[in-house]
Design a protein around this ligand. Structure first.
Ligand SMILES: C[S@@+](CC[C@H](N)C(=O)[O-])C[C@H]1O[C@@H](n2cnc3c(N)ncnc32)[C@H](O)[C@@H]1O
Length: 508
């Protein structure tokens, strides 16, 4: 069955059996030092999943030690370890700056690429999407891992595809950077391949029209057109430079996910390197472009992403474009779909899992996760412009949320009230798993009310997460009372959980 996994792909890949998937198309985070502020502000989730900045910290050092350890019993890790040691020299064993960041990035990618190699069938291929800041290093890592069996035949490296696009030019003293690199490697020599074609170039059409051309060699070894047959052919085999537009800001395809890639790009890879019924894996699947393309082309699929924020738009896209329902048409692992799963997510006491849960809970409310998750008394924030028909004017309002997974205490509620006051929040929502006490409700009463369009709303409100929510997500609208402009729409097609610009356009 088709599957989405939520979690770190290294852990999930390590649980997969050998030779399980026929094709991997993936677009990992880059080492470009770039981030996606426009989208998620300074949220923790952004830091964790969308930030392309890497440091040679203890986590990177531990990951390197792990590779070294595995090198004793695995040829793949041995090749990887040797390659990374070579790069250490090239990068002068740097522990900071760009060189330190590159070492950390290559360590992160190295172990994941080794596992991807293991889970691929012998006819399988991988398409690794890179940007020009790291593609040359990644090619070395790929050669090390993928050439072990093929080194004598040099068969594993197949293509360096240039995805060429146009976008708004940037002002800097360089040629405009308008391409990404996609590396294509095959695991074995008998690789799945379906030839794709593109229209003939204008110059060929002018000289030979639609006639099929055969070639021959001159005595000095030059290749020349020898024979023009009467068979018609308007197409030639596809080149490795692919001109595909980026997704326009207003395009229907755009889901509001910061690193979303065009469907046409991934459909091309899947068509060329897999057959119907094959399993396509994307271990960095983001908002599910590979998954969507695979489903459209009747392939089976598996997607992994670390952030719960990615699973929302993905789920929405599978429902909107293919009418697919989770648990019925595909499985989701690691994403809570009932209270038991919420408890499981939190049980392990893993701080990251708590952050993921907290992100998930606040995005249910259409809010943006904040970076203070867990301790600062603020987990989510949203702004909305409310239209006041009596005064014929708009006011800006702020809504805050805090998530508590243990037994809530009165001290925490009071701390949240202070955060609300300090941030001039109109409304605060205190999300809990356990019931709040009458004393806490009294505290909420003391926080007073908020008025809009002749209606009164409590400033501090409580949302206790329970089974009812999973059975009927719209129930939040009765549990949390907000002006119409803020109506929570957890199941609506148009929702962009992270985009509060959209919320600002709504009027109460
Ligand atoms: C460049 S984006 C992929 C975008 C995707 N191609 C699309 O069109 O939506 C990279 C993704 O990798 C995810 N990611 C980063 N580290 C990860 C990890 N260790 N395990 C799984 N996913 C990870 C991020 O959350 C992000 O969604």
């Amino acid at each position: 069955m088709n599957k989405l996994y939520f979690g770190d792909n290294l852990e999930i890949l390590r649980e997969m059996p050998d030779e399980r998937v026929h094709l991997i198309c993936t677009d990992p985070p880059f080492n470009s030092g770039r981030d996606y502020n426009t989208f998620l502000g300074d949220s923790l989730a952004q830091k964790k999943a969308f930030t392309d900045t890497w440091t040679w910290d203890t986590a990177a050092q531990d990951a390197r030690a792990d590779i070294e350890q595995r090198a004793f019993s695995s040829d793949t890790y041995k090749a990887l370890d040797t390659c990374l040691k070579g790069y250490d020299l090239v990068l002068q064993n740097a522990v900071s700056g760009n060189k330190g960041a590159m070492r950390a990035y290559l360590t992160f990618m190295g172990s994941r690429l080794a596992e991807m190699h293991r889970v691929l069938t012998s006819e399988g291929s991988i398409y690794l999407h890179c940007d020009p800041t790291a593609s040359h290093y990644l090619k070395g890592v790929m050669d090390a891992i993928w050439d072990q069996e093929n080194h004598s035949k040099n068969a594993s490296f197949r293509n360096e595809i240039v995805w060429s696009y146009r976008r708004w030019p940037a002002k800097h003293p360089n040629f405009q950077r308008m391409h990404d690199i996609i590396l294509r490697y095959a695991k074995g020599t008998n690789v799945t391949w379906n030839q794709l074609y593109e229209p003939k170039p204008a110059s060929t059409l002018k000289r030979f029209g639609n006639k099929k051309i055969k070639s021959a060699y001159t005595p000095d070894g030059r290749r020349v057109p020898s024979e023009v047959t009467n068979e018609e052919s308007r197409e030639v085999p596809l080149r490795d430079v692919w001109e595909i537009s980026v997704i326009a800001p207003s395009a229907k395809e755009r889901l509001g996910y910061p690193t979303q890639k065009p469907l046409a790009l991934y459909e091309r890879m899947i068509k060329a390197s897999s057959n119907e019924g094959d399993i396509v894996l994307d271990p960095f699947c983001g908002c599910g472009t590979t998954i969507d393309a695979a489903h459209t082309l009747n392939r089976q699929w598996m997607g992994i992403d670390i952030t719960i924020l990615a699973l929302d738009p993905m789920r929405q896209r599978l429902a909107d474009r293919h009418g697919l329902e989770p648990s019925v048409d595909y499985q989701i692992e690691g994403y809570p779909t009932n209270m038991q799963e919420v408890q499981n997510l939190l049980k392990e006491g893993d701080k990251r899992k708590y952050h993921d849960f907290s992100n998930w809970a606040v995005t249910r409310l259409g809010l943006r996760p904040t970076k203070d998750v867990g301790d600062g008394g603020l987990d989510g924030v949203g702004h909305v412009t409310l239209w006041n028909p009596q005064q014929l004017k708009e006011t800006n309002a702020r809504i805050l949320a805090e998530v508590k997974t243990g037994k809530p205490t009165i001290t925490q509620v009071r701390a949240f009230c202070r955060v609300m006051d300090k941030n001039n929040a109109e409304v605060g929502i205190f999300i809990t798993l356990e019931p709040v006490t009458p004393k806490m409700r009294q505290e909420a009463q003391d926080m007073g009310t908020f008025e809009h369009n002749n209606k009164t709303y409590p400033r501090l409100q409580f949302w206790q997460l329970d089974d009812a929510y999973f059975e009927n997500p719209d129930i939040i609208n009765t549990l949390v009372r907000l002006p119409d402009a803020w109506r929570i729409r957890p199941t609506q097609k148009s929702e962009r959980h992270f985009d509060d610009r959209q919320m600002q356009l709504l009027r109460g």
